[in-house]
Design a binder for this molecule. Structure first.
Ligand code: ZN
Length: 531
């Protein structure tokens, strides 16, 4: 019995030195590696994806050149005693896994593997004897091909110094290192002196009488019940004798003035950081007022359109300490000049560290955008034999027409067809030829046997088809494209319900925002309408 070049005894010695004890899982892993080496073509260069983080990775590291450190072994915590051995260039290889049905022949191996008895009641001598005897017969093999994106080795890239911790890290990770950007599983035990230095900046206050002739360090707000909220004195204002009375009326007996708070190293003023944040948050169609008011900067729509926010990026920014950004809900329609969001720091002075962490969350520069809505040329295709044969009156055309015209779209074609796959799909093509760039079919999308619209849309050559949307009413909606023409199949419920899934989706389609299954999945939150 050999494990690569090693005898059984050599192998168990190596295991002891590397893993601490001779665990059954590593011994078993040795047989898996044996099987892989026997079955894989000779002379290839193989990498391994191991599907458990327990024991098996150590067998692979002991018996093959593949290790975690050299990147040729990757460990996924899938909890399966299995590994894929594959050609590092082509991705072709074998997946070897412990075959549960084979365990039936080996009682003690089964007891151990399935944890059928507490460890102290297991017979380890018998277990090892059975593993040795069963050997490679415990495994099954299936061919596998590793995805292309997994084959590419990521280049290390440039190394830079983190401005917070002063340690080096790959530049591709962002403007600060991941150790500073993310929560760590440990705290450093700091001396009291270090802690003192990290406390929130305490500013020196000055009584309003003593502050005459000095410069205010911050905007002073005046709030009058239900009437007024605004800046009474701006940052930098020189306080005069006459101001004292008003400051007192505003409840200020003390103020922060520049003269008594010389610039503190390592801190930034709220106005300065709010401007930086706004600059990095503004994508296409967004502008912002350049002068902060009470520490806050408003972000505005530069054009009419639909407001789009990167919700994950916004969440990361708001998790960051000492800063906030509030915005309109995603995909709201806005007019030029509307405030779509606002940002500010919470304290008057924010530590440089918090500032850098917040800025690191805004790397993509596309937190907020406003996309213009196009004026689509719409074809409305009413499906349903009952409408086609005039058994009932069509009401859907006028409903859809008024919804699209509300966005300035033009209806260029209106047609009616029976529930017939060929009739529907050929009408879709007629509408494309007549210049429609958005075709809306109505009804015929439920599970009834007469409903043919979905099949007809597919037959017409629809690509990127999405069927089913987590919005009620209107979940059986279809969204697809034929060349550059958008095809939307709306379910029958729009006849009855004033608002349904189509109303949520329409502005996004008019903005030519590519809709993925993930985008649809997210619509579930807030996707319930009470009509
Ligand atoms: Zn760092």
């Amino acid at each position: 019995m050999k494990f690569g070049e090693l005898t059984y005894n050599d192998y168990t010695e190596r295991i002891k030195a590397f893993h601490g004890t001779v665990a059954p899982g590593i011994l078993l892993g040795g047989f898996m590696v044996n099987l892989a080496q026997e079955k894989l073509p000779e002379g290839g260069f193989f990498d391994v994806i191991c599907e458990t983080k327990t024991c098996l990775p150590d067998a692979i590291q002991l018996l093959t050149p593949c290790s975690i450190g050299n990147g040729w072994l990757r460990v996924l915590d899938l909890g399966r005693f299995a590994a894929v051995f594959y050609d590092k260039y082509t991705g072709l290889g074998l997946r070897i896994f412990l075959d549960r049905s084979k365990l039936e022949e080996w009682e003690e191996v089964k007891t151990w593997f399935l944890k059928l008895k507490p460890k102290n009641l297991q017979d380890s001598e018998l277990l090892f004897a059975q593993i040795k005897e069963a050997g490679t017969s415990l495994f099954a093999i299936e061919p596998a091909k590793v995805h292309k994106n997994y084959l590419k080795k990521k280049k290390m890239g440039k190394t830079v110094i983190c401005p917070i911790c002063n340690e080096t890290y790959p530049e591709a990770h962002g403007s600060i290192c991941r150790g500073c950007a993310e929560e760590l599983p440990y705290d450093l035990i700091q001396s009291n002196e270090d802690l003192e230095n990290k406390k929130i900046l305490l500013l020196n206050k000055t009584s309003v009488e003593e502050s005459v002739g000095m410069h205010l360090l911050h905007d002073v707000t005046r709030i009058i019940y239900k009437k007024e909220k605004g800046v009474a004195f701006k940052k930098g204002h020189v306080i005069s004798e006459e101001n004292i009375q008003m400051l007192r009326e505003l409840g200020k007996n003390n103020v922060f003035v520049e003269e008594h708070n010389p610039f503190v190293k390592g801190y930034k003023h709220e106005n300065e950081v709010a401007l930086d944040f706004a600059q990095h948050m503004s994508g296409q169609g967004i502008c912002f007022n350049k002068i902060p008011k009470e520490g806050r900067i408003n972000l505005l729509a530069e054009i009419d359109g639909i407001f789009v926010s990167d919700e994950e990026q916004l969440e990361r920014f708001n998790i960051s300490s000492g800063v906030i950004c509030a915005s309109l809900p995603n995909y709201n329609c806005v007019k030029k000049g509307d405030i779509v969001g606002a940002t500010r720091a919470i304290p008057l002075y924010i530590s440089n560290e918090d500032y850098l962490k917040a800025m690191n969350c805004l790397e993509k520069e596309t937190l907020f955008t406003v996309h213009p809505l196009r004026k689509a040329k719409v074809g409305i295709l009413v499906t349903g034999t009952e409408v086609y044969e005039n058994l009932i009156e069509d009401r859907y055309t006028e409903i859809i027409q008024s919804k699209v015209e509300a966005y300035g779209c033009e209806v260029v074609s209106k047609e009616m067809v029976p529930d017939d796959i060929d009739a529907i799909s050929s009408k879709i093509h007629d509408m494309i030829h007549s210049g429609a760039d958005m075709i809306i079919t109505t009804a015929g999308l439920s599970v009834d046997p007469d409903d043919m619209t979905l099949e007809a849309i597919i037959k017409a050559g629809a690509e990127d088809l999405l069927y089913g949307i987590p919005v009620l009413p209107g979940s059986m909606l279809v969204c697809a494209e034929i060349e550059d023409v958008q095809i939307i199949g709306v379910p029958g419920c729009g006849i009855y319900n004033d608002r349904f899934s189509f109303d949520l989706l329409l502005p996004r389609l008019l903005a030519n925002i590519k809709i993925t299954s993930r985008d649809l999945a997210r619509m579930g939150n807030g996707g319930l309408f009470y009509n």
